[in-house]
Design a protein around this ligand. Sequence first.
Ligand code: ZN
Length: 270
Amino acid sequence: MPLTAPGADRLSLNGATVRKQWSLAQIIEGCARHGFRGISPWRDQVAALGLAKAKALIDQHGLVVSGLCRGGFFTKPGWLDDNRRAIEEAHVLGAQCLVLVVGGLAEGSRDLPRARAEVREGLARILPEARQAGVPLAIEPLHPMQAADRACINTLEHALDLCDELGDGIGVAVDAYHVWWDPKLEQQIRRAGKDRLLAYHICDWLVPTRDLLNDRGMMGDGVIDLPRLRGWVEGAGYGGLHEVEIFSEYWWQRDPDEVLAIIKERHAAT
Ligand code: ZN
């Protein structure tokens, strides 16, 4: 059965998409103006606006916080305090999850198994506090090209193995950019199911991709079969928002109101 075209009421905007053009206050107002249902702010922008102010402004505009970006980096010094603050901020904002970019190799290290063990220990350490705060933790597996510097969890399968080991209150953020290539993607999305699927991030994979971090594509400009992916995610029981997250030097140059209008159009078409 074909899926019906989704409207802006299914959309959330990840703040990174227009962060170079707009402050958080402007992003919140922009989301409301364009009829987006949700927002996923970044912690540096929340701090710049002030946590209480951010919460008030988001509420005033009737937006859902589909996630807070981000916690994690368990292989970096100071990770515990930083994650505790992130959990507290996610709690205050009423975020549906705290997105975790788990961290890569420690400075000077070549020991990937050790990094992965440290991530596992870090997750186990903060999970009870996250549960107590009512903040679900969403592990975001990143594309393996970022294993060294950003996240040594690179497949949905690896993330879900950790979730199964750790129990309730933890799941995954499925980001099209990071997982689209995975031959086990459909199977692992089904395995995750409603309980573990905490966030769905969309953009596109450009050919060629000129920068590992900041050359993501607008939906429809690349090679990801987004309707199929959406079918898998929703078929597995995910009923949450579709969060548009485009780190892109190209889109950061554009008029942000235009960017939001194009996002709505492309989202409906893909
Ligand atoms: Zn993402």
